[in-house]
Design a protein around this ligand. Structure first.
Ligand SMILES: [Zn+2]
Length: 295
């Protein structure tokens, strides 16, 4: 299977930039780890794909981007974290949600997410992280992000995201693009871009017909001169460790730790992001209780 990759492109005049990726393996890995039902695979997969591209927009090596969608639909919340090196992880609050297909035969991501908010947190190593929040437009994620970029970051953008799930629940195709208009772009340039975007088929249709990420970029920038400035790997990657989980456990506080100890049996804590389980014995919990500074 071909590796996932992300392309970064810039028009020669510098007024448009684009990110596009194939994220099939990343989304398939997320689905496998979390055992997501198809509509959740699509919701999580779209957000993971967006996360990979938005992570690539961050400049610093240590920058961390988190996108969180909280809706009143049955999936609850979907959270994705990405770094600037293409490492992305994420989870949905309710991975097993099943919904009927929409009348057009598509997975009902908007129905699974519902109404709510989209929050983007960028930890750029400054004192305070950047936090932007907007209302969800329709819960389909691409439109929600388009609105977020316009309203919160004041960057006119076009976002396309797609996940195609096989009847057996495995991921058939996944990918996406984000095109952004820089300040002072001419109306002529924007007209050409809008025309190109309006005739672009859905990302999964393009991928399904054998088109590459390069082909999708070529359609977005049809009749516009551009350069692909970077090609990089993207993957589902969780940096959890026994040490991190243990620190998180210590932070729950003395009372909570004491009640776990009183239960008298080992506990298993699962990493939210990758579902990996970490077991801790009663003796280890006692040691944590000593480390806990909570009074
Ligand atoms: Zn993990």
């Amino acid at each position: 299977m071909e590796k996932d990759y992300l392309l970064r492109a810039m028009t020669k005049d510098g007024f448009l930039r684009a990110f596009a990726l194939n994220s099939k393996n990343m989304v398939a890995e997320a689905g496998r780890l979390h055992g997501t039902a198809p509509v959740v695979t699509a919701a999580l997969g779209r957000l993971l794909s967006a996360g990979a591209m938005m992570g690539a927009m961050c400049k610093g090596d240590a920058d961390i981007l988190t996108i969180s969608i909280r809706g009143d639909g049955p999936v609850g919340s979907v959270t994705v974290t990405a770094d600037s090196k293409g490492r992305v992880k994420g989870f949905a609050a309710n991975p097993g949600v099943e919904l009927p297909l929409k009348p057009n035969g598509k997975l009902d991501v908007g129905g699974a997410v519902g109404n709510g908010t989209l929050t983007v947190i960028k930890d750029l190593g400054l004192k305070e992280p950047y936090v932007g929040q907007t209302e969800l437009v329709n819960g389909e994620i691409a439109e929600d992000l388009t609105y977020y970029f316009a309203a919160s970051e004041q960057v006119p953008s076009s976002v396309g995201l797609g996940v195609l799930v096989n009847p057996d629940g495995t991921v058939r195709q996944a990918g996406g693009f984000i095109v952004q208009v820089m300040p002072d772009a001419s109306d002529e340039l924007i007209d050409i871009l809008e025309k190109n975007i309006s005739t672009l088929k859905p990302v999964t249709t393009c991928l399904e017909s054998g088109e590459t990420v390069e082909d999708i970029l070529a359609q977005i920038f049809k009749n516009i001169e551009y350069d692909i400035t970077d090609k990089s790997d993207v993957s589902f990657y969780c940096n959890c460790s026994r040490d991190r989980i243990s620190k998180a456990l210590i932070s729950v506080g003395k009372a909570e730790l004491q009640s776990m100890i009183d239960e008298g049996k080992e506990i298993e804590v699962k990493c939210h992001f990758c579902n990996k389980g970490y077991k801790f014995s009663v003796d280890e919990l006692r040691e944590m209780l000593i480390c806990s500074t909570d009074s």
